[in-house]
Write a protein that binds this ligand. Structure first.
Ligand SMILES: Cc1ncc(COP(=O)(O)O)c(C=O)c1O
Length: 375
C-alpha cells in the first residue's frame, strides 16, 4: 500500500503469492472457481475447527460470504423481521452496521456508546428498549475489541430481542456463544484478512442455511427454485485459497501483532493518564489502535502529519453526521443531547499506526509524539 507517509497506519499481513499457489493450482485442476467449491468447503470446515479450538464455538455453524456487509444484511433478511422495524445500532461504528439494516428494509436507530469500552452496552440497549420497541440489536466489536458474549446472551434471553453481533474486526479474539449470531470480516485490512470476505457464525443452523441460500439468489434445494429473494454474495474459491493459508499462519500473524501491542503498552507508560486506551486493551489485541486524547485529536493528527506518520480517525464522524444517515432516529428521545459519549470521543479518538511491520523505533517515536501532544 503506497502512501506519502514515512510510517503507515495499517499494512495488511497477508500470505505471499507462492504460499497461495498450491491452492490456486488445486482450484484450477478442479476447474471450480465459485459456487461453494471444494476450497470454500474446506476453508469453512477449518474455520469451524479453528473457532471451536480458539474461541469456544462448540455447536456452531459457519458460512462464508463475499463480505461482512453482505453477510450481515443477509442474516437480517433471514431473520424475517417485520418490515421497517427498529434495529438498535451504535453511533460509533463503521457505516456498514447501519447500511445493512437499511438494505434489509429495517430502520437503524442510533444509540450512544459506553465511555470506557467505546461500544454499545447492554445498559444502553436496555434504556433504549424502555423507550421503544426493537426487532433486533446489533452490538459492535468496536476497533476489534471483543464484545461480552455472556452478557449479550443474557440480554437476549431476558428481553427476547435477538442480538446479532457485528464483530467484523475481531476474528480470533472473539469468544463465541452458540445462542448468538456473529458476523466477521475477512477484508484485507482486518487482522485475519484474505482480501474480501465475510463469515456468519451461529448455533442457529436454520439461520445459517437460509443466509447461505440468500447469498446464492435464494435458491433452495436441488430443484434450483427461488424460495426467498436473495442476491449474489458468494465467497469465491480464490479467496478461500488465501484463507486456507491465512488459517495456518494465524499464530504467526497474531504473535507479530501481540509484539507490537506489547511495545506500545511499554512506550505509552511515559504518557501517563492523559491518554486513555479502550477498556481491556492488553487482554485482547485490537484490530486498529485508537487512543483517546481528550479534546486533542486534531492536534495529535497534525503533529503526526508533520512527522510523516499516518493516522486514521476510524469510525468518525459518528453515524448521525454522515449526510446519508443524518435522518436516522435516535434511541434516547428524552434528551436534547442523546450522544454525550460519542461527542466526547469524536474530539479525542485518533488511530495510531498498528501493524506487524512497525519497528521498535517507529513505536517509540510515535509514543514520544503522543506524550508531547498530550502533555
Ligand atoms: C464494524 C464493521 N462492520 C462491518 C464492516 C464491513 O466489513 P466488510 O468490508 O467485510 O464488508 C467493517 C469493515 O471495516 C467494520 O469495521
Amino acid at each position: 500500500m503506497s502512501t506519502p507517509f514515512r510510517i503507515n497506519c495499517l499494512v495488511p499481513d497477508l500470505p505471499a503469492p507462492q504460499e497461495v499457489l498450491p491452492f490456486l493450482q488445486e482450484m484450477h485442476e478442479n476447474r471450480w472457481y465459485s459456487n461453494f467449491g471444494p476450497l470454500v468447503k474446506r476453508f469453512e470446515a477449518e474455520l469451524t475447527a479453528f473457532l471451536e479450538r480458539e474461541n469456544g464455538a462448540e455447536g456452531c455453524h459457519v458460512a462464508t460470504f463475499s463480505s461482512a456487509t453482505t453477510a450481515l444484511e443477509l442474516a437480517l433478511k433471514a431473520m424475517n423481521l417485520p418490515a421497517g422495524s427498529n434495529v438498535l445500532v451504535p453511533a460509533i461504528t463503521f457505516p456498514a452496521t447501519a447500511l445493512v439494516v437499511i438494505n434489509a428494509g429495517l430502520t437503524p436507530v442510533l444509540a450512544d456508546v459506553d465511555r470506557e469500552t467505546w461500544e454499545l452496552s447492554p445498559a444502553i440497549a436496555n434504556a433504549a428498549l424502555a423507550q421503544d420497541d426493537y426487532a433486533a440489536v446489533i452490538p459492535v466489536a468496536a476497533f476489534g475489541r471483543p464484545v461480552e458474549s455472556v452478557v449479550w446472551s443474557a440480554f437476549q434471553k431476558e428481553t427476547g430481542v435477538p442480538v446479532i453481533l457485528d464483530v467484523a474486526a475481531a476474528l480470533g479474539q472473539q469468544d463465541i456463544h452458540k445462542d448468538l449470531t456473529y458476523c466477521f470480516s475477512l477484508h484485507a485490512t482486518k487482522p485475519f484478512g484474505v482480501g474480501e470476505g465475510g463469515l456468519l457464525v451461529s448455533g442457529d443452523e436454520a439461520l445459517i442455511t437460509l443466509s447461505r441460500s440468500l447469498s446464492n439468489f435464494g435458491f433452495q434445494g436441488s430443484a434450483g427454485v427461488v424460495q426467498q429473494t436473495g442476491t449474489n454474495a458468494k465467497f469465491a474459491e480464490y479467496f478461500a485459497a488465501v484463507g486456507l493459508v491465512q488459517t495456518a499462519r494465524w499464530k504467526e500473524v497474531s504473535g507479530r501483532r501481540q509484539a507490537v501491542l506489547d511495545q506500545y503498552l511499554e512506550g505509552l507508560k511515559k504518557v501517563g493518564n492523559t491518554v486513555t486506551l479502550q477498556q481491556g486493551t492488553g487482554d485482547f489485541i485490537p484490530a486498529v489502535f485508537p487512543v483517546y486524547v481528550p479534546g486533542k485529536a486534531e492536534a495529535l493528527v497534525a503533529r503526526m502529519n508533520q512527522a510523516s506518520i499516518q493516522t486514521r480517525r476510524w469510525y468518525l464522524p459518528p453515524l448521525y453526521d454522515h449526510p446519508a444517515l443524518a435522518h436516522l432516529p435516535y434511541a434516547d428521545k428524552e434528551t436534547d443531547t442523546p450522544f454525550p459519549a460519542s461527542e466526547e470521543l469524536r474530539n479525542g479518538l485518533v488511530g495510531l499506526p498498528f501493524h506487524a511491520f512497525l519497528s521498535n523505533e517507529d513505536i517509540e517515536e510515535i509514543c514520544d509524539l503522543v506524550a508531547e501532544v498530550a502533555a
